[in-house]
Design a protein around this ligand. Structure first.
Ligand code: FAD
Length: 454
């Protein structure tokens, strides 16, 4: 009469079909989180995300305790530990959120086989991690959508399941638990922690969501690309770890109406779009979705300059320094920093994507890798040869140069938009800021000249 709710990327109590499913199926529920050594071995658990995850687990445990439960924490192989807890507590069923990455799919498969061998069942819940489950809408004769606009049309017409409240009270069987893990215990690798990370957890996510719905969302359609305005929701880490439910976000935004809400819902659909793409093509996490180039430029020094925010292109460097400091970057900044690596420097997108994954607190295989492929022109996009000119982008999205001055202290003394072209300034005004790594007039040159199309 017990069931396990195995938490993965759904670290919340509200609107969580996994937890509700377990509560409904069994009179007693074991809320379980396994610190998966298999995941640690992949190198994905970098310090920034580990810190956020530690907050999430502490917050989840606190919420469960308020309801008479607690989080059971184990460490080891996720499949073995889950089976062990099931045997110890007599749980007949395990409830799990359907995932999309190769890692999640393998975990699900192994778990099903191991549980069935023990005479137990696995229940996989859809529309937990995304608003619309991958594969729920399909184009005729294909297993996924490759183009966003037709996907969005179908996605928008899809009825969402009703939003459910958190369970009020829980009955939990006795089960051994390790102490809540610290950030250090969750990270499988060394690396620096960004000094200005957001606080993790459902409650912190909900505070941000409430502020967003009261303040930011209405102006989102007009202001989402304004780099200095910083007028996006910053909900991405909470979505990545499942502290907030995408079904709830879409439902509530639609109820609020208005241009801002519509534009916000469209971005949430982009998130689902990339998830359904990765679910159908798990290889696209590191392999070109559509191979278009047979070679990339190689230059370790340029890659290092890009990572360090020392390319000599202020808007690109501002973006990279924001990433290092906050573990987060504005979407427009991601687009132009990624475009600079893949199109201007013409370096392999995988090196850039790896660096983003090392630092982003919302670092996500589906969103990061497929956005990178979109920018690099190896993705499913219909305009793969688009090149974002960093100077044009800077003038358009940081017209006064405020974003650059915020993140590039060397150039703080330069007024207005002149800050975007430091190569025109006298040396003394540049204060050690580097020369541009490629000629300012030739930001698309390598990509156009060096393209070795497959
Ligand atoms: P908002 O503008 O408030 O948007 C709301 C939500 O919609 C976001 O939280 C996010 O969940 C979703 N969203 C918005 N834009 C996109 C998009 N283009 N693709 C998918 N989902 C989107 N997003 C991640 O969550 N993780 C990543 O690892 C990631 N890597 C990226 C790498 C590159 C090169 C690029 C160009 C984009 C990447 N994005 C990634 C998408 C996007 O930049 C971030 O989701 C967004 O900047 C997060 O800020 P926000 O929450 O304020 O977004």
């Amino acid at each position: 009469d017990a069931a396990i709710a195995l938490f993965t990327a759904d670290l919340r109590l509200s609107d969580n079909p996994v937890l509700r499913g377990a509560v409904r199926a069994g009179r007693r529920v074991v809320p379980l989180f396994v610190v998966d050594e298999g995941l640690a071995a992949t190198g994905f658990a970098v310090p920034n995300r580990a810190a956020f995850l530690a907050d999430c687990l502490a917050d989840l445990d606190a919420g469960l305790r308020e309801r008479g439960g607690r989080l059971v924490v184990r460490r080891g192989d996720v499949v073995e530990e889950t089976c062990r807890v099931a045997a110890e507590t007599g749980a007949g069923e395990v409830h799990l959120a359907g995932g999309v990455s190769g890692f999640a799919l393998r975990r699900e498969e192994r778990l099903r086989a191991a549980l069935e061998a023990d005479g137990r069942g696995l229940r996989v819940h859809d529309a937990v991690i995304t608003a619309v489950a991958p594969g729920a809408v399909l184009p005729a004769g294909r297993d996924h959508f490759a183009v966003f606009t037709p996907y969005f049309r179908r996605w928008s017409a899809e009825a969402l399941r009703p939003v459910a409240d958190a369970p009020r009270a829980l009955r939990v069987p006795a089960a051994h638990s390790e102490p809540l893990p610290s950030a250090a215990a969750l990270t499988g690798r060394p690396g620096t922690l960004s000094p200005a990370l957001p606080e993790g957890g459902e409650r912190a996510g909900r505070r941000r969501l409430d502020a967003w719905r009261r303040g930011g969302m209405a102006g989102y359609a007009d202001r989402h690309d304004d780099l200095a305005g910083d007028a996006t929701s910053r909900l991405s880490p909470y979505l990545h770890f499942g502290c907030l439910s995408p079904v709830e976000l879409v439902t509530r935004a639609r109820a609020g109406r208005g241009e801002g809400a519509e534009a916000f819902v469209r971005q949430l659909a982009w998130r689902d779009f990339h998830h359904q793409l990765l679910a159908a093509r798990p290889d696209a996490s590191w392999h070109d979705y559509r191979p278009r180039h047979d070679r990339w430029y190689e230059d370790a020094g340029e890659l290092a300059a890009w990572r360090a925010g020392r390319t000599g292109y202020p808007v690109v460097d501002a973006a990279m320094r924001q990433l290092a400091h906050e573990g987060w970057m504005h979407n427009r900044a991601r687009l132009l920093a990624a475009g600079f690596l893949a199109k201007t420097l013409y370096l392999d997108w995988r090196a850039g994507a790896r660096h983003f994954l090392d630092l982003l607190v919302d670092g996500d295989v589906a969103n990061n890798q497929l956005n990178w492929q979109w920018v690099a022109g190896t993705g499913s996009d219909t305009r793969p040869n688009r090149v974002l000119n960093p100077l044009t982008q800077a003038r358009r999205y940081d017209p006064e140069g405020e974003y650059v001055r915020r993140w590039v202290p060397e150039l703080r003394g330069v007024a207005g938009r002149a800050v975007h072209e430091p190569w025109r300034l006298p040396d003394r005004d540049r204060r050690g800021y580097p020369e541009p790594v490629v000629e300012p007039g030739d930001t698309a040159g390598r990509f156009r000249r060096g393209r070795g199309l497959v």
